[in-house]
Design a protein around this ligand. Structure first.
Ligand code: HEM
Length: 138
């Protein structure tokens, strides 16, 4: 069961990255080109947020299961950075929803989802970073 959760948490990262990248790309394009902020664009942000919340729940289960038996990176940096990412993504969805007017919606979504994306990219234990001692995720 827990191995399944681990695989799901690992695989969902790619789905989240794809949706988040697409949300950031389209919202930045909308912000600079102008135009109507449609329901489809709002849904994209909603899906990105749901994927982040799913990762949060799965991550918490893994965290509780492995407590006391993880590297510093997985005990501290990874959960802290990812919780901040989830907060940014949640704000990205809710503030966009509440904003009035297309321009404000594009601005809120592009700003917060870009922050969320940068945090997710920073918090992922990329294999090529394993060699850096300061990163210490092994
Ligand atoms: C929101 C975005 C998140 C993403 C994209 C993400 C991504 C990842 C990835 C790629 C791994 C490595 C899996 C592998 O070995 O292949 C991982 C491991 C892990 N994550 Fe996350 N994570 C997120 C959030 C969280 C949160 C919020 C927590 C804790 C509260 C968490 C706890 C863990 C734990 C405990 C591990 C496993 C460490 C081990 O293998 O022993 N994750 N995560």
């Amino acid at each position: 069961m827990i191995t399944g959760f681990e695989h799901l948490h690992s695989t969902l990262r790619w789905v989240l990255l794809a949706v988040l990248l697409w949300t950031v790309f389209t919202s930045l394009a909308g912000r600079f080109k102008g135009g109507a902020f449609g329901a489809k664009q709002g849904k994209l942000g909603l899906i990105a947020m749901i994927l982040m919340h799913s990762q949060l729940v799965l991550g918490l289960v893994l965290y509780l299961d492995r407590m006391g038996d993880m590297s510093r990176f997985f005990t501290m940096e990874h959960p802290m950075i990812m919780v901040l990412a989830v907060v940014a993504g949640t704000l990205g969805h809710s503030m966009t929803k509440r904003a009035s007017g297309d321009e404000a919606k594009w601005r809120k979504q592009s700003t917060w989802m870009t922050i969320a994306l940068l945090l997710v990219l920073t918090g992922i234990p990329w294999p090529f970073l394993a060699g850096f001692e300061a990163y210490g995720w092994i």
